[in-house]
Design a binder for this molecule. Structure first.
Ligand code: ADP
Ligand code: MG
Length: 709
């Protein structure tokens, strides 16, 4: 038999080298450390049994199979067990003859002849062949390799690999390794206070790396299989901690790298700011001022700002964005303002024009639909530096758009952009000098879960606007059955005839854009027919940019009473006179969406109402979502409830990033370890950098690219 090529197995399993196989961890284990006497076998349980063949025959019916009968001893009372092989080789036929002793591992089932195993793992043995000393690992594999081949390859790797300790005793002692864990808490980043060290409960500590690796590949016979499967044993804790530590170290190193990047330091543009603020009918809220102070401090540094501005819907992020532009504009730099949808970008564009044109600034609009001469003109004026502010969708960062002096980029609702788009945006200001980057301000109404903030965004600074502008009337949220739809439509008529405006959000059809469009058009047609007294408009995602803009402008101007819409109005749309929203089949929407939608009302002095209409097929989770949205108005609380229901799904593009990078640790359940790793990383980089390097050499021998995002 040719010797096994462990490197080949490793490569086929997706690793770079056989040494990586030490971290190819078992999915589960088989207990081959003890034999179960035949009289003790229980149905449905995997066991190792041994016996001597008393009968073997190839049957042709009901299908070709080899049926073998074994027993433990010659005593007439000795129980028998059958096993069947549906595929077998002639060599097996020769081996499996009466008198031969076999050891079988498999599940015991009731069979036609009596107790049986179908296709057990089987070995012909001599009497008193030693049993396994430890549990037998079952590895993830691919069709090309048998378990035995993978086991052998891992054995080779374990013998050859370096299992030496990377971490000093003091670190291992500090981390709880006994498997006890507190309930994971998804605190949100606005209470991301510095709790360094406090969450590390002193206890028996983590095992050494070598011990952990051995305990995972070859657990002791009395190991707690359940804890192993749940990945909560000290050995598992050690591996997860190591992985998280490597991630934290590399994030911090990448952050340090970024600190070396250069950006134009921008000073506070007091004069422009005074002029802008003087033109507003209101004063900044305390929270807006605080956020702005933090932003000013970032801008004054010669390194690019990397800040997230978080604030609930309606908290006034747009104004903070406009004020953030001023230092860049005063310094003669250009600013790009980007939003994920055209409607949103358009709203930003209008605000920027309203607030900044009076200060003598030139604002340009770039979207996918901008074509021909208009586009060419805009592009030329952006490239020449004549345009101070370019607002648009991601079209702003496509090829062909080039800035003369991009100094600051602002991204609204940034979590809706993919990682790729975010990267393209970072590269944009980077054309001329690789070390030079524009400042970056991101905005979002969706709070990042604390675990993600800590793991993926190690050096993201966060400002939170935790206060709504004064004078907002709270929104009353009502939940009712769609059976009362006619009644609701009747009340809508009266309501709109008083001069108020309303939104009608059509049922969500996720499966297809076409069906979504049809749902919107049907709702629209029906409402037009039922409410001939009202002017009714329609906006949906499939409309052309200008059509959408025309409908929105008419709604804003009060020419339309009732706007029928899909989720295109979910974010950013700002019409203070619209104070009623009806959401049809609200149970189909997610919590974040409902909250964003509802945030379109409650923006003016009028008392605002949101009616959530649910259909007959209301699931438990749908009911729960409606209860949460009715009960809470604060976005942070809703996001936390959402996390409880769903886990950290797609927050901040997590799906493409932080989550899949971790092979062993789980951001939802291993938050304690993550905190410990974060604190340890900080400690090591400042106090014991050689330890940090050693640890990274084991865990990330080939470096990681994603960290540059
Ligand atoms: P969001 O944070 O959801 O993007 P916006 O920036 O759209 O919120 O602001 C919502 C509304 O509040 C806008 O009409 C805006 O002009 C208004 N606004 C912003 N700041 C204040 C303030 N300090 N006082 C009163 N109204 C404000
Ligand atoms: Mg906004």
């Amino acid at each position: 038999m040719p010797t096994l090529d462990a490197d080949l197995v490793a490569r086929k399993l997706g690793y770079a080298a056989s040494s990586d196989l030490i971290l190819h961890l078992p999915m589960r284990y088989q207990d081959e450390t003890r034999l179960t006497p035949l009289r003790d076998v229980r149905m449905g349980i995997d066991v190792l049994v041994e016996g001597v063949i008393v009968h073997a025959e190839v049957q042709m019916k009901p299908r070709r199979q080899l049926l073998v009968e074994i027993t433990e001893s010659a005593a007439p009372s000795s129980p028998h067990l059958y096993f069947r092989l549906l595929h077998f080789y002639p060599s097996q036929l020769n081996q499996l003859q009466p008198g031969a002793r076999v050891r079988l591992y498999g599940e015991v089932k009731p069979g036609f002849f009596g107790t049986e195993m179908v296709h057990p793992q089987l070995r012909v043995v001599r009497e008193n062949t030693p049993l396994a000393a430890t549990l037998t690992p079952v590895y993830p594999s691919i069709a090309a390799f048998s378990q035995n081949a993978v086991r052998k390859a891992v054995e080779i790797a374990l013998r050859q690999a370096d299992l030496s300790e990377t971490l000093p005793e003091n670190v291992l002692k500090l981390v709880a390794g006994c498997g006890e864990r507190s309930e994971p808490h998804h605190a949100l980043s606005h209470d991301d206070d510095d709790r360094s060290g406090s969450s590390l409960t002193a206890s028996c500590g983590l095992p050494s790396f070598a011990d952990a690796i051995n305990a995972l590949h070859h657990p002791e016979p009395d190991a707690d299989l359940n804890a192993l499967e749940m990945q909560t044993t000290p050995a598992w804790q050690r591996i997860k901690f190591d992985e998280l530590l490597a991630q934290q170290l590399s994030l911090r190193l990448a952050a340090r790298q970024r600190q070396k990047l250069i950006a134009a330091p921008l000073s506070h543009a007091q004069e422009l700011e005074n002029r802008l603020l003087a033109a507003l009918p209101f004063a900044l809220t305390g929270a807006q001022k605080r956020a702005l102070d933090e932003i000013h401090r970032d801008l004054a540094r010669p390194h690019p700002m990397n800040r997230l501005l978080q604030g609930d819907v309606g908290s006034g992020k747009t104004l903070v964005a406009a004020l953030t532009l001023l230092p860049a504009l005063a310094a003669g730099g250009q600013v790009a303002v980007m939003a994920p949808t055209e409607i949103l970008a358009e709203q930003l564009y209008l605000k920027m024009c309203e607030w900044l044109q009076p200060l003598g600034m030139q604002v340009a609009w770039i979207a996918a639909a901008t074509k021909g001469k208009a586009k060419k003109d805009s592009l030329a004026r952006i490239a020449s530096g004549e345009i101070n502010i370019a607002v648009g969708t991601h079209a702003l960062f496509q090829a062909g758009v080039s800035f003369a002096n991009l100094t600051l980029t602002i991204v609204d609702e940034q979590h809706r952009f993919g990682v790729g788009q975010r990267l393209a945006l970072r590269e944009k200001g980077n054309d001329i000098n690789a070390m030079h980057m524009p400042h970056l301000l991101m905005m979002s109404a969706t709070p990042i879960p604390r675990s993600l903030a800590m793991s993926y965004y190690a050096d993201l600074d966060v400002s939170v606007i935790d206060e709504l502008p004064p004078g907002r009337t709270p929104i009353t949220t009502k939940v009712m059955s769609l059976k009362r739809r006619d009644e609701v439509i009747g009340r809508l008529r009266d309501y709109c005839q008083t001069g108020a405006q309303a939104y009608w959000v059509c049922p969500l059809v996720e499966e297809s854009e076409k069906l979504q469009l049809r749902a919107a058009e049907e709702s629209y047609a029906e409402l037009v027919e039922l409410l001939p007294e009202l002017n009714i408009g329609l906006v949906h995602g499939r409309m052309k940019g200008e059509e959408k803009a025309a409908a929105m402008t008419a709604f804003k101007a009060g020419e339309i009473h009732l706007l029928v819409a899909t989720t295109v109005i979910e974010v950013g749309v700002d019409v203070p006179n619209a104070a009623l929203m009806v959401i049809e089949h609200a149970e189909r929407y997610g919590l974040a969406q409902l909250h964003q939608l509802r945030g379109r009302v409650g923006r003016g002095a009028r008392e605002s109402t949101c009616l959530l209409l649910y259909g007959d097929a209301l699931s438990d989770s749908g009911r729960q979502r409606l209860r949460i949205i009715k009960e809470y108005s604060d976005g942070f609380t809703i996001a936390r409830e959402d996390l409880k229901l769903r886990g950290p799904g797609e927050f901040m593009g997590a799906r493409q990033s932080g989550q899949q990078i971790l092979r062993f640790a789980n951001l939802e359940t291993d938050l304690d370890l993550l905190e410990a790793a974060r604190n340890t990383a900080e400690h090591l980089l400042t106090q014991q950098p050689e330890v940090a390097n050693r640890h990274l050499a084991r865990w990330l021998p080939r470096g990681l690219d994603y960290l540059r995002a």
